[in-house]
Design a protein around this ligand. Structure first.
Ligand code: DAH
Length: 339
């Protein structure tokens, strides 16, 4: 076969292609030229019968022909795909679409709404405060003395600058903000981020969430605090949960208590989660210190109030039996999708 034969073979192919207007016919044409027993295969197969000197040149020409055929077939295929009804049939328009993967709120966000929801039912307002605070609101106004260890730079992130701004180390400063800007009666919960320069481990992060709560009015008593907390804890941990108060010290409350719940893993019998004690520490609380009331311009003779504060991650860990606080913020969807 000569060069001219190869050229005319391509011409034939071209004119055949032109006449085609269905994908099936195009496939038939492709097989006839490029198939295992097609024309190109036949040409390639004939190479060994040629004179040795001609083989290389002929092989090259057959290869070039094959490439031209492939590219023309490709073009024709595209053309048919655009135009003919038959080609469009190969797209099944009834197939369900790929749905976008929908996310959902993070476990901690869900828990914050759940907790705030419980307090809102009792008439509390949800108010937020800034994460950058003054030293006064974070400490002094809350009756935390200058020499208190939490005021040390090792325990609080201070910002650069003369005015001693800091990243709040608890949500309690919002008590000061709210009480200064409003008048009793007040019932407020404050969710938000707090910061402490702690080394990260299974139970510490440098950033975590707290919820603060407080109520101020004439004649607010310790029993109001107890009843409020008991209602809240039963809503979050179930009706069988028991609560106990242990005397404690906080500068901003007097008297103060640490509040425990019966261990929800062993139901109070004692297990590894509760350190065999049967109780889990869940929050701090107390009656607002008269000095704090004075600091915001309330008369302790007229008003009294209670306050409490808790860490959200800790509540989530106890509620769901989570062992390591770091997992909340590792963005591991295998974990997050469970909630
Ligand atoms: N602010 C305290 C802390 O971060 C928690 C706390 C304890 C808040 C007792 C209160 C309270 O309002 O009465 O550890």
């Amino acid at each position: 076969m000569s060069e001219r034969d190869i050229a005319s073979l391509y011409k034939n192919f071209e004119s055949e292609t032109e006449g085609i207007n269905s994908a099936a016919d195009l496939e038939e044409l492709r097989l006839r030229y490029l198939g295992r027993k097609g024309l190109i295969a036949e040409l390639t197969g004939s190479i060994p019968t040629l004179e040795k000197s001609e083989r290389a040149e002929f092989g090259k020409q057959v290869n070039a022909l094959k490439n031209r055929i492939i590219s023309l077939l490709g073009e024709k295929e595209k053309f048919l795909g655009r135009g003919s009804g038959e080609a469009r049939e190969s797209v099944d328009i009834t197939m369900p679409a790929f749905l976008p993967e929908l996310g959902h709120r993070h476990l901690i966000t869900q828990l914050i709404s759940e907790i705030c929801g419980v307090f809102e039912k009792m008439g509390f307002l949800v108010i937020e405060g800034p994460e950058v605070e003054t030293e006064y609101n974070n400490f002094t106004g809350l009756n935390i003395p200058l020499e208190h260890p939490s005021r040390d730079a090792f325990d609080t992130f201070y910002l650069k600058g003369k005015n001693r701004l800091l990243l709040r180390s608890h949500t309690s400063p919002v008590q000061i903000r709210v009480m200064k800007s409003r008048k009793p009666p007040l019932a407020v919960v404050v969710p938000g981020r707090v910061y402490r320069p702690d080394a990260t481990d299974a139970s510490h992060l440098f950033m975590f969430y707290q919820i603060e709560g407080f109520m101020v009015d004439t004649n607010i008593r310790f029993s109001d605090l107890k009843g409020t907390l008991e209602f809240f804890l039963k809503k979050i941990f179930g009706p069988d949960v028991r609560m106990r108060l242990r005397p404690h010290f906080f500068p901003f409350t007097e008297p103060s208590a640490e509040v425990d719940i019966s261990c929800n893993i062993c139901n109070g019998k004692g297990c590894s989660t509760c350190g065999r004690k049967g109780w889990l520490e869940i929050l701090g609380a107390g009656m607002i210190h008269p000095n704090v009331l004075r600091n915001v311009g309330y008369s302790p003779k007229k008003y009294s109030g209670f306050a409490f504060g808790m860490g959200i991650e800790r509540i989530a860990m106890l509620k769901y039996g989570i062992q390591d606080i770091r997992i909340f913020y590792e963005n591991d969807l295998r974990f997050l999708k469970q909630f």
